[in-house]
Design a protein around this ligand. Structure first.
Ligand code: ATP
Ligand code: MG
Length: 416
């Protein structure tokens, strides 16, 4: 992608009412545009990052038998009425111009929708177990939508729902999902702690949250220094300095961000929708279900919170919008221009995602932009590097700059 033609404008402005690091850097870097508090547009550069996160999630969900589908955002009120959730405070309700009373709500979660669908298609034990997921938009009127992508009033969530004949099978799958979640967060370069937590709105059971330690997090957890055992302070009887209930190590108190949450509902959502099956003995039983969420924007915001420096974002290779930032200095000087153009086409032919800064700007502003955007590798072509017959490579994370032979083999080896 040629930067001169890309819909990408960086800016030095800091958002006025949002002081979070992720909002600041993502807006300055041209990844997102804030339309209203907690409501964002993803610009082309930011959308590439979201797609990387979505791709990782899809691979891991497909890997545990999840089947992708897509459910509506507009929900008739009978759904939430059936579970007593119509009057939950964060739910947005809507009515059309000719209706006085709201007839619908817009999606804040999909347990009701999915349970009703399942009830239509499940009849026998042979139809179980199965798991479906979607990546879809949720709307919640959050009171504190002031931390950028971490807490949106509109946000993308991956929600997986699983259906089982008994608790044992639900428990088996719960652990499979847990392991898949660890893989997802690891691939996003996040160290997530598996944390015992309350059910929030869903009180039937303990749940588990995936928490990333971070000073701006809204959650507080107790975490063992030795074995990483963690409990959310909301439900914990622990105090800082206590021995870990699992290994006896010392427990610390930390701020953290919840990037994922997994729930076992039992029959909580099967009963209101009469989601039953017939077992081998001809007995009718309620289906056991679980739900498992990850916020895509929250993952993106969390990565920025834990991986940046005073110059900008430092993307992990797996989520970077491009693998390489090719920058040419003095692109009007003929030698530089042709070398950079050549390198650009050969990187593209190799299938390497490259953003090519072909703009005629000062070195200073190009470097500032490059550091802000945070692509892992910067390749520089300049009159100086040409004279040396080399390329200059900068590693965004370590800051290390070196001259390497100006050939594609060296470059592709370096960035793998
Ligand atoms: P929180 O406790 O942070 O309000 P929650 O427990 O209500 O979240 P869930 O319904 O469990 O959220 O949602 C599953 C996942 O969706 C969360 O783990 C988080 O990654 C993401 N998520 C939830 N609310 C938001 C939001 N307002 N903005 C962005 N992501 C969110
Ligand atoms: Mg939660």
């Amino acid at each position: 992608m040629r930067q001169s033609q890309y819909f990408l404008k960086t800016s030095k402005n800091t958002p006025s009412d949002d002081v979070s690091i992720n909002a600041t850097l993502l807006e300055q870097g041209g990844f997102v545009y804030k339309n209203s508090a907690g409501i964002y547009s993803y610009l082309p550069l930011g959308w590439r990052v979201v797609q990387k996160i979505a791709h990782i999630i899809r691979e891991e969900m497909d890997g545990i038998g999840g089947q992708e589908m897509f459910m509506p955002a507009l929900h008739d009120k009978h759904y939430l009425k059936a579970t007593g959730r119509w009057d939950v405070d964060v739910v947005f309700k809507v009515n059309s111009g000719d209706q006085k009373e709201p007839q619908f709500n817009i999606s804040w979660t999909h347990e009701e929708i999915m349970s009703e669908i399942a009830a239509r298609y499940v009849s026998s034990y042979r139809d179980l177990p199965f798991a479906t997921y979607q990546i879809q938009t949720k709307f919640r009127n959050e009171a504190r939508a002031k931390s950028g992508l971490l807490r949106g009033r509109e946000f993308m969530m991956k929600d997986l729902y699983s259906f089982h004949r008994d608790e044992e099978d639900l428990n088996r799958y719960y652990e499979i999902v847990r392991d898949a979640y660890f893989k997802i967060f690891k691939r996003c370069d996040l160290e997530a702690l598996y944390t015992l937590a309350a059910g929030g709105d869903f009180t039937s059971n303990y749940t588990h949250e995936f928490q990333v330690v971070c000073p701006v997090g809204e959650d507080t957890i107790f975490v063992c220094e030795k074995c990483d055992y963690a409990e959310n302070k909301e439900i914990s009887k622990l105090k800082k300095g206590n021995p870990c209930p699992k290994c006896g190590g010392v427990v610390y108190e930390k701020k953290s961000i919840e990037v994922g949450n997994i729930f076992r509902y039992g029959t909580k959502y099967s009963e209101p929708f009469n989601l039953q099956f017939t077992d081998e003995k001809g007995q009718r039983k309620f289906v056991q279900s679980g739900a498992y969420g990850i916020g895509l924007g929250r993952v993106m915001g969390t990565v920025v919170e834990v991986s940046h420096d005073s110059n900008g974002i430092i993307w992990p290779q797996s989520l970077a919008p491009f693998s390489v930032h090719l920058v040419s200095l003095e692109p009007t000087s003929p030698g530089v221009h042709s070398e950079a153009e050549g390198l650009y086409s050969s990187l593209q032919r190799r299938g390497i995602e490259v953003l090519y800064d072909d703009r005629d700007l000062s070195a200073g502003s190009k470097f500032t932009d490059s550091d802000l955007i945070g692509i892992p590798w910067r390749l520089l072509v300049s009159p100086k590097t040409r004279k040396a017959g080399k390329l200059e490579v900068k590693n965004r994370k370590t800051g290390k700059i070196e001259l390497v032979p100006a050939d594609l083999e060296t470059v592709s080896k370096l960035i793998r």
